[in-house]
Structure formats: C-alpha cells, structure tokens
Design a protein around this ligand. Structure first.
Ligand code: ADP
Length: 553
C-alpha cells in the first residue's frame, strides 16, 4: 500500500476508523425506528418480514458473536448465497463488523464456477437461502474449506438432507449468542467484503473491498448528485446483494436512515409492482432487464405508481426508450449510473447542470442519457491505443481509465498480476467525455464492432432498435466479413403480438446513423441469453452467430 509524506503540522481531529460496523451502530442509534421490510423466502410463512434498524443491529451483533464463538478469525471469508433480505443484511454487518470478510456469491453462476469461487476464497462458512438448498447439496462435497453450511432460516425449515455434512441453522446460531458483544475497532484498510467478477472470459477474479472503501463509497453515493438517498425515502434495491453489494445500497440506505424494502426472490413485474405499492417505495435501482419486466407489467395492466419517483438504472446502458417511458408515462426520474465490480461499483451518474435547466426537453434528455459525471472520489480519462490522453470534446472516444479510493488496485490473491496502468485502472469500456465532464459509454472494448479500421458502437445501434415500437429487446454483434473484418448483425426480440420486417427495421435506422454503421442483417429471435447479472451475453451470441452468412457475402 502506498505511503505518503507527513507534515510537521498534523491536523488535530479525532481519529476514527471508517468501518462497516460504524454504519449499523449509527443507523441503530440515530434512526433506530426506521423499518426494514423483506419478502420472505420460506413459502409457508407470512409474505413479509418487518423489523427496525435497532432489531437488525442487535441480531447482526449476535451473528458476529456466533462467528467469533465458532473461531472465525479476522480476515477469514464467510460466503453467502442469498437473495435480498433481512438475514442477508445481518450478514453484511455481522460478518464485516466482526472483522471477517463477507463473500457474496452470485447463485446464478454455474455450480462448478460457484465451487471454484468458494474454494478460491477459502470460505470458512457458507450461508444460504432455502432456495439454494439443491445447489449447496450439489457442491458441498467439493468445498473442503467450508466448516459449516448455514441455512438462513429457523429450525422448522431445516431439511432432512444427508448430502450436506455440518448443516447448521441460522436462527439457532443467533439464539445461542447472548448478545454481550461489542463491535471491535480495527484498521479501516482491513478487508470487509469480496465479490468476484462474472468472468465472461477466464476464471472469475475477486474484488476485495476494504472498510474504508466501503464507507467512502456509501458516503459519496448518498449525495444528491448521485443516488440522493435520504431518511424520507423508501428504498427497494432490486440490484442483488449477491453482486457488488447491491450498488452499496445496504450501506448508503442505512447511513441515510431510509426505510428499506427487500424483494427476496420475487423479481417479476407483478411481485415488484405490488411491493412498490404496498410499501410506498420512492426509490429503486436495477439493471435494464429488470425494469423491462416491471414496466411491461404496469403498461399491460394500465397501472401507475403512486409513490415511486426515482430510479437508478445501470449495469448496462439504459436504452433511451426505457428512460422516456419511465419519465413520460410514469413520472419516474431516471438516473443513469455506470460502474463495475472493480469500482464498488459506482463511478458516474447522470443528471443536469444548472445551465441545462431551460434547455428544451429533447436536449435535456440527451444529457440524461449519458452515463454521467464522475462522483467525487473518482477520476477518469480516455486514452488511445498508445495510452495518450484524448480530449474531452464529446466526440473522441477511447479506452476509459479510472482511479479513486474505492477502485481496485489489484485482484484478490493478485490474480491477473499488475492491473493498473500508471496508477489508473483500465475499465475495458470505450467512452467519450464532453467539455462539461459528462462521460458516455460507446461500448465495451470486446463488444465494439471493428469495420474497415473504424469502430461501430453496438450500444447506439441497440438503443435505436429498441426505440422502434415493435421491438422489445435488441443486441448488436460483429460478425466476420471478408472485406470489412466485421459487420454489425442485429438480433431482435419483437414485442408480443407486434410485427416488423427486416426491411422496415433497417429503414428505421436511415438518417439516424452514419451509413457504414447500418446493420448488414437482422435476425428475429424468441429471446436473448441473459447472464448472472442480468445482462445480455454478447459473447454467447458471438459464438452462436459466428458462422452467420451476411447478405451479399
Ligand atoms: P460483469 O458484467 O462482468 O458482471 P460488472 O457487473 O462489473 O461486470 O459490469 C461492469 C460493466 O458493465 C462496465 O464495465 C460496463 O461495460 C457495463 N456497464 C455498467 N453500467 C453501464 C451503463 N450505464 N452503460 C453502459 N454500460 C454499463
């Protein structure tokens, strides 16, 4: 870790480590009665569980004590395979607060990949929701470091399985602890949590967040320019707690005093809509594919939201058509967010400047559609293939590099070796930055379509396609071409009952893009492959359409 010169005159403020436990301590003491509502996983219990920050802190402390009693030491990893819910939140605070490392695992990954991650992290305990019992039964024998598998439920729901040795019950662990535990203090640079990247190529790599990085990220992300979370909000994170800490909402929500609503396993449009309405959700966050379900449900049933007013959409580009629907049809403000696992994850958020206040609606919308402004703490730049910095003119596009106190310096166990370039982290994204500092992602480096030495941005083409009324989803990939290297192929899922032909769709692009960006072909499909983090898997599509013959070839 880098060290810095000391001044002969040091500041004289109290020194207090920035720790994850400081958030729950603060939350319970100063917003103790704020509510946490969770959709339960156990099908036979009342649908919603409800308690307060104060209750959560007390149980998180008992959990920390139980881990201590079982000999989980500082720095040791504790895995979770769980939905967004109150027990998962207790693990967020109980594990990290005790000095151990919370290792959230994406249950949508392939079981072999999950076992690989558990072993790579050397998880000591693995906590899991009832839903994932079959998954854990399948991998338990292949995870030798795990001393106990803890089912996140009560005694009544413990299964009679013989396939998991050392199966423990969450509620029994909590009950066995007497609660006489105080949160320990330690260096703020200690590891707090671990999240593996989805690893579309090669094995997943771990981003190891520190207490300091977690608190700074949470602090910064609550700011008005970012998520603008406050005590008057009811926050429903649709983004999973198993991937990049639900964009920090389990921390930023609690330090803001907001009411928290967890959707559990029910992420379909109907279940989400009902929970939004019943609990008075004002603010939410998720990837575009999730909003697709919710918006379609509301549109098909002629429904409006009575309290929902703001949402952050990120993880992949928010199609302008989706932003328009949310703003114009539902009066929901859309904040476009960009980031990645390696960035805790937030790097930029969209929004307007004072000087944009009187711009026409269409002009404002163009600004909001960009991935937005760097959040204080994050710096960014774009460079060409030789690493030379490119101008912030809104046109030049290049590799996007970032730095900041919540961005990885290296991966867990130094997997992948040196990742930084002169102290900057290469994001793998290609972007422009305009003179006002608004960043816009053109593409992921690996998704860019390279045609005759020029780059074609697939996101722009997809955004245009989904603005056609008959198109539900679209993905654009590069397909080999003998003359141009690659040419764009557009894959389209039509809206149920809607009709549109290849020619009509290509005609729709006329005048909207440079001629050489025009997709060479359109293929209509029933669905697109969606990965574990809710994104369209373009690598799979590239594989599948590798041999696709473009017209005229
Ligand atoms: P993975 O997709 O491997 O799970 P992450 O969840 O960390 O990895 O995703 C990070 C990537 O997602 C970014 O590098 C970027 O390519 C893409 N991404 C995230 N937010 C946006 C956005 N708002 N617009 C476009 N791309 C985005």
């Amino acid at each position: 870790m880098q060290t810095y010169p000391q001044s002969p005159v040091m500041g004289q403020m109290m020194s207090q480590p920035l720790s994850v436990s400081s958030i729950i301590r603060f939350a319970a003491r100063h917003y103790g009665s704020s509510e946490i509502v969770s959709r339960r996983i156990e099908p036979d219990l009342p649908a919603l569980h409800r308690y307060t920050y104060r209750d959560c802190e007390a149980r998180a402390r008992r959990l920390a004590q139980a881990l201590q009693d079982r000999g989980v030491a500082m720095g040791e990893r504790v895995g979770t395979l769980a939905w967004n819910g109150y027990r998962h939140l207790e693990l967020y605070y109980g594990v990290s607060g005790s000095g151990a490392v919370l290792h959230t695992i994406n249950p949508r990954l392939h079981p072999e990949q999950i076992a690989y991650i558990v072993n790579h992290a050397e998880d000591q305990y693995l906590f899991f929701d009832l839903t994932f019992l079959p998954l854990v039964e399948g991998i338990a024998a292949h995870c030798p470091t795990v001393k106990g598998f803890v089912l996140m439920s009560d005694r009544a729901h413990m299964p009679a399985t013989t396939r998991i040795a050392n199966l423990l019950c969450y509620e029994e662990l909590i009950e066995a602890a007497d609660g006489a535990y105080t949160w320990p203090d330690f260096d703020e640079n200690a590891a707090a949590s671990l999240c593996y990247t989805s690893g579309t190529t090669g094995n997943p790599k771990g981003a190891l967040y520190s207490h300091r990085s977690t608190v700074l990220h949470a602090y910064a992300s609550a700011m008005p320019n970012v998520l603008n979370v406050s005590a008057i909000d009811t926050v429903l994170p649709v983004v999973p707690m198993f991937h990049v800490n639900a964009w920090g909402l389990p921390y930023s929500g609690l330090l803001s005093g907001a009411k928290i609503v967890f959707p559990g396993a029910a992420l379909d449009g109907k279940s989400l809509y009902e929970l939004f309405e019943e609990e008075g959700v004002t603010f939410s966050a998720g990837v575009p594919t999730v909003w697709l379900g919710l918006i379609n449900y509301a549109l098909q049933n002629g429904l409006q939201f009575s309290t929902f007013r703001r949402t952050v959409i990120g993880g992949s580009a928010c199609p302008p058509a989706m932003m328009d629907t949310l703003i114009d049809k539902f009066d929901v403000q859309v904040i476009h967010g960009w980031g990645m696992t390696e960035m805790s994850p937030l790097g930029t958020t969209g929004g307007l400047l004072a000087k944009h206040r009187n711009l026409p609606r269409e002009e404002q919308r163009k600004i909001l559609q960009k991935q937005g402004h760097a959040i204080y703490g994050v710096d960014m730049k774009i460079v060409d293939d030789d690493g030379v910095e490119l101008p912030w003119d809104g046109h030049s596009f290049g590799h996007l590099l970032v730095k900041g106190p919540w961005i990885v310096a290296s991966y867990f166990r130094d997997e992948g070796g040196d990742v930084l370039q002169d102290g900057w982290f290469p994001t793998g994204d290609v972007a422009t930055i305009d003179p006002d500092g608004f960043m816009q992602i053109t593409d992921r480096s690996k998704d860019v379509i390279k045609s005759g030495g020029e780059w074609i941005g697939s996101i722009d083409l997809e955004n245009i396609a989904v603005s056609h009324p008959a198109v539900l989803q679209a993905a654009c990939i590069g397909v080999a071409h003998p003359k141009w290297d690659e040419r764009p192929l557009l894959l389209v899922v039509r809206r149920p009952g809607a009709e549109v032909t290849r020619e009509e769709l290509l005609g729709f692009f006329e005048g909207k893009i440079a001629k050489f960006w025009m997709p060479d072909d359109v293929v209509f499909v029933d669905s697109l492959p969606i990965g574990g983090t809710g994104k369209i898997q373009k690598n799979k599509l590239r594989e599948q359409y590798r041999a696709h013959r473009l017209p005229g070839v």
